[in-house]
Design a protein around this ligand. Structure first.
Ligand SMILES: [Fe+2]
Ligand SMILES: [Fe+2]
Length: 246
């Protein structure tokens, strides 16, 4: 039994919409088939695959159905995290999604999933990515309105993450693997409310996605930091080969 993770599939079986970085970029060419083949080779039916957000470009659930069916057809148990592009997933209606895809997909939000002796906890997260303006490594400007708005989003996501940890604690779990869609810190930070929660609950690993393109792959923490192991699992970073977490 193994635990795998990958994020940012950005599927578009029912949508023409794609990010500029996805167009004419060899890393994204036929990525659905590359990932499917890698999963078939690596993942057994008894394994678990966590998909760390940004699943689909579809603007609502009916425009995501083929994308979610593609995910259903991947091997193993699939656990999904909410990404910033997942418009089909109303955070207040996670229970309805779990009911609709019962026994096929599990949507992780204000709840947790068990894996062996671990609780898999998580939320979308949020990272203030600016605008802050850098010149020759120095900050020369800052959007304070955007920063104020970001603080509110971080607080809300912090509450959701703590709800996930607490639900797992109430069920008797004390070993955690923590998942975020957004990176836990931005390029200027070494800690955040999310790293503090990881440390408070002694999460063994933090897995996150969202960072696309070589210039963004090192925006946040990777490797071991203050007792927690951090890993980026965006699909283009992993070249569509899921990371073995446990
Ligand atoms: Fe993404
Ligand atoms: Fe994202």
């Amino acid at each position: 039994m193994s635990l795998y993770a990958i994020g940012d599939l950005h599927l578009h079986f029912q949508s023409e919409l794609r990010a500029p970085g996805q167009l004419n970029n060899p890393a994204w060419e036929n990525h659905e088939e590359t990932l499917r083949q890698n999963c078939l080779k690596m993942i057994k039916p008894t394994d678990t695959l966590v998909l760390a957000g940004d699943h689909s470009w579809g603007k609502n659930l009916s425009l995501c159905e083929k994308d979610l069916e593609y995910i259903c057809a991947l091997p193993g148990r699939k656990i999904l995290l909410r990404g910033n592009h997942d418009m089909f997933w109303d955070a207040k209606k996670t229970d309805a999604l779990n009911e609709r895809y019962k026994d096929r997909l599990f949507f992780l939000q204000n709840n947790f999933a068990s894996y062996d002796t671990y609780a898999l906890v998580g939320t979308k997260g949020f990272t203030f990515e600016g605008p802050f303006y850098m010149r020759q490594g120095r900050i020369v400007g800052w959007d304070t309105d955007a920063e104020e708005h970001a603080k509110k989003l971080v607080e809300r996501e912090e509450e959701r993450l703590e709800a996930s940890f607490e639900a797992a604690c109430r069920a008797g779990y004390s070993r955690f693997i923590m998942f975020l869609h957004y990176p836990p810190t931005n390029v200027l930070e070494t800690s955040s409310p999310f790293t503090r929660l990881a440390e408070k609950y002694k999460a063994e690993q933090v897995i996150y996605a969202h960072c696309h393109g070589a210039t963004r792959f090192h925006d946040s923490l990777t490797g071991r930091y203050r007792g927690v192991k951090y890993s980026l699992v965006s699909g283009d970073y992993l070249r569509w080969k899921p990371l073995k977490v446990l």
